[in-house]
Design a binder for this molecule. Structure first.
Ligand SMILES: Nc1ncnc2c1ncn2[C@@H]1O[C@H](COP(=O)(O)OP(=O)(O)OP(=O)(O)O)[C@@H](O)[C@H]1O
Ligand SMILES: [Mg+2]
Length: 408
C-alpha cells in the first residue's frame, strides 16, 4: 500500500470522462504514478458543468477508484477548468524597486504582477492566471529571472488568463460537494501542455492542441514562455455525431465505428475496404466503405483545424513554430489525424501524451490523460518550488482570493 505522507492529485473534469491521477515524488525529482481512477459519468457540455448532480457523482466515482488504486483517501486536488469562456490577453505592470540597495526581491515581482492585473475585466469575468513572459529591468528587455539583480524599475510582461465567474463557481461547488478541496484551479490547455511538452518544445516554439470530446484547447509557447491560450467549444464528439448521421446509426455505434475504423485522412484508405455495422452491433445493418467514413471524419477534423489555424494566423504564429504542433486529448488518437494536421498546418506534427513518469505508466501514457497528469505535475512542482533559473515559462501565479469563491 502506498504511503500517504506526500502525494499529489490531478482531477480532470472533462466532457467525456472525469479522471484522477495520484503521484508520489521519487528520488531525483521524478514522479511515480500510484493511483488512477476514471468515471464516464459527467454532467458537462462543451467543457462546462451543466448538471451538478451528475458531475458530483462522476467526481466521487473517479476519486473512489483512485483511492482504491493507491490505498488511501484523497481530500484535495489540483483541478482543471475548461470551456469557451476562457481567454488570454497580454498586459504589462511596472513598479519601482523597493529596497534601498536596489536588489530586486520576490516582493517587487509580486507587486509588478499585481500591477499587470489592472486591466478591464468584464463584470462576470475573473482573472485566473497571471503568467510572466519576461521582465524588463530598467531598459534591459528579455530578462527571465530578475531575482537578485539590481535596478530601479521592474516591468513585467504577463499573460493574463480570464474566465467566467459563474462557470468557475459551479465547478467549485461540484468539487466541494464531492468532498475534495481544490488546491489550484488550472485551465485545461495549460495542464495538458505541462504533461506532454519538454523544455525543447517550449524553447523552440510550438502549439499544443488538446482535442477533447467537446472542446479543443490551444496553448502556444515561445522562448520557454506561454504566449497565448484559448479554448474552442468543439471537439471530437462532433466526428462521432457526423458518423451517426452519415451512416444513419446510433451515437454509440458511431463511436465504436470511429474508434475501430475511423481515419482522418481519406486518401490513405483504399476504396474497396468495407465496414459491416452488424459486426459492431447485431441490431444494426448496412455496409459502408471505410473511405466514406474517413471522408466524414476528415471533414469535421479539418473544420476544427481551420478554426485553430485562423487563430494562429491572427497571432501571426501560423508559420513561426519550429517545434510544430503537438496534438493531444482523446481526439489525437484518431488514425490519420497527424497526417491531416501536417496537411492543414504545414508544420511538423507529433502526437503528445504524458511521459517520463514511473509507476502506473500503462494507464497514463495516453493522450486522454494529459490534463489529469499535467494537473498532478503542477502540484508536484509547487512542492519542489519552481527552479530559480526559470521564473517565467509555465509558472502560474495564483491570484489571491480566487478560491474563496468555492466556499459554500
Ligand atoms: N482510440 C480513439 N480513436 C479515436 N477517437 C478516440 C479514441 N479514444 C478516444 N477518442 C475520442 O476522444 C474524445 C474524448 O477525449 P478526451 O477524453 O480527451 O475528452 P474530455 O477531456 O473528456 O473532453 P473535453 O476536454 O472536451 O471536456 C471522444 O470524442 C472520443 O471519441
Ligand atoms: Mg479534456
Amino acid at each position: 500500500m502506498a504511503k500517504k505522507e506526500e502525494f499529489f492529485v490531478g482531477l480532470d473534469i472533462g466532457s467525456n470522462k472525469i479522471c484522477v491521477v495520484v503521484g508520489q515524488p521519487e528520488e531525483g525529482d521524478t514522479v511515480k504514478v500510484i493511483g488512477v481512477g476514471t468515471s464516464h459519468v459527467t454532467g458537462l457540455r462543451k467543457g462546462v458543468v451543466t448538471e451538478i448532480e451528475e458531475t458530483v457523482s462522476g467526481i466521487s466515482e473517479a476519486i473512489e477508484l483512485a483511492e482504491r488504486s493507491c490505498g488511501f483517501t484523497l481530500d484535495h486536488a489540483n483541478a482543471n477548468i475548461n470551456g469557451g469562456h476562457i481567454h488570454s490577453t497580454v498586459s504589462r505592470g511596472v513598479v519601482a524597486v523597493g529596497r534601498a540597495d536596489q536588489e530586486i526581491t520576490k516582493n517587487d515581482l509580486n507587486r509588478a504582477e499585481e500591477a499587470a492585473q489592472a486591466i478591464q475585466v468584464p463584470p462576470n469575468k475573473e482573472i485566473i492566471h497571471v503568467i510572466p513572459r519576461q521582465f524588463v529591468i530598467d531598459n534591459q528587455e528579455g530578462v527571465k529571472d530578475p531575482l537578485g539583480m539590481t535596478g530601479v524599475r521592474v516591468e513585467v510582461e504577463a499573460l493574463i488568463v480570464t474566465l467566467s465567474q459563474q462557470v468557475q463557481k459551479t465547478l467549485g461547488k461540484c468539487v466541494t460537494q464531492a468532498g475534495i478541496k481544490i488546491d489550484d484551479l488550472i485551465v485545461s490547455p495549460l495542464a495538458s501542455a505541462k504533461a506532454v511538452l519538454d523544455k525543447k518544445h517550449k524553447e523552440l516554439g510550438c502549439a499544443v492542441i488538446d482535442i477533447g470530446a467537446e472542446t479543443t484547447g490551444l496553448a502556444i509557447f515561445e522562448e520557454d514562455s506561454l504566449l497565448y491560450t484559448n479554448v474552442f467549444p468543439i471537439g471530437a464528439s462532433s466526428v462521432t455525431n457526423d458518423i451517426a448521421i452519415g451512416l444513419r446509426t446510433s451515437v454509440d455505434v458511431a463511436e465504436k465505428v470511429k474508434i475501430k475504423y475511423g481515419n482522418a485522412y481519406h486518401k490513405d484508405i483504399p476504396e474497396k475496404e468495407k465496414v459491416d455495422l452488424s459486426v459492431i452491433d447485431i441490431k444494426e445493418e448496412g455496409v459502408f466503405s471505410k473511405r466514406h467514413i474517413a471522408e466524414i471524419s476528415e471533414a469535421r477534423m479539418e473544420e476544427i483545424f481551420k478554426i485553430v489555424r485562423d487563430d494562429l494566423k491572427r497571432l501571426k504564429k501560423d508559420v513561426l513554430l519550429p517545434a510544430g504542433i503537438i496534438l493531444t486529448g482523446g481526439g489525437a488518437k484518431l488514425e490519420g489525424i497527424d497526417v491531416l494536421a501536417k496537411d492543414c498546418f504545414k508544420l511538423p506534427v507529433e502526437i503528445g501524451k504524458p511521459h517520463s513518469l514511473n509507476g502506473l505508466t500503462d494507464k497514463v501514457y495516453d493522450p486522454t490523460m494529459s490534463t489529469s497528469v499535467g494537473l498532478m505535475l503542477y502540484a508536484f512542482e509547487e512542492r519542489i518550488g519552481f527552479s530559480g533559473s526559470n521564473r517565467t515559462g509555465d509558472m502560474i501565479s495564483k491570484v489571491r482570493g480566487i478560491f474563496k469563491t468555492f466556499l459554500p
